[in-house]
Design a protein around this ligand. Sequence first.
Ligand code: ZN
Length: 312
Amino acid sequence: MKRTGIAAALGSLAAAGLCAPALLPTAHATPQALGTAQARPAAASSCDEPTSTAARVRTGSKVKERNELTLTQVAAMERNFQQRLRRVQASRPVAAKGKLTVRVHVRVIHSGRKGRLSKAVIGKQFAVLNKSFRSAGVGFALADTKYVNNKAWFGDPMTHERSMKTKLHVGKARDLTLYTADLGDDLLGWATFPDEYRRAPKMDGVVVHYGSLPGGPIAKFNRGATATHEIGHWLGLFHTFQDGCAGKGDRVGDTPKEREASSGCPTGRDTCLAPGADPIHNFMNYSDDKCLTHFTKGQATRMKQQWAAYRA
Ligand SMILES: [Zn+2]
């Protein structure tokens, strides 16, 4: 089902001149899929290095994440960010402290009863979000919930992304539209980055698998951490494994480098010579939901700065 959508997405990535995925990774891999993840460096060889994306996939997934970014692309995004940030800072101080509250417009795409999430489940997801981001000083307020009964959108939101979002996206850069749908057996969610807003405001937002919300049917990934991870991207965070051991990493000083995404909950893993064990508990990694516990101070600062540069 979603394979078509994913194939289309991969096609468009190739068309955009992005790193063509020879091997589809990755993380969140079930134990047996770890072999796949470990085999990944060869696949990345046609690109600069291991790459980053703004999505999250399940363990053993055969799909490449969306928005795959090469080192070069991440570097360009970062240059643009630093430029904009300097411009903003010249006119007003950008506070790393202080609370930021994001208004969230939930769009529950469903097919009859399938995927028709209850208000209680949505409430639990918000509790997870507010707890996960509390130390970072970011809060989430549910603005409204809309139920959309559409079998095609529900079953293949990636293929129908443009029509779905064009119809349902709400608000401006500072408003988050959060969609839930059936993303198939591999993909858990995807997000747009803040710098994409100006180019395509209607496409802004986060899409997560309906089964990833608290109590959902996806084993190991049903505690709501997918929404946390994707919103982290929406607020400008890269994966902790961005750039692998080389390069500039995720542009956050207090997240140790790691060679590749984590899977399961590999306590003590340390894949790079650089100081510090792999940040396997960080929300911007791929460990199982229950293994993901925090953002760092550096990530909190980056989210505030990205907000100031692109969404405020
Ligand atoms: Zn991601």
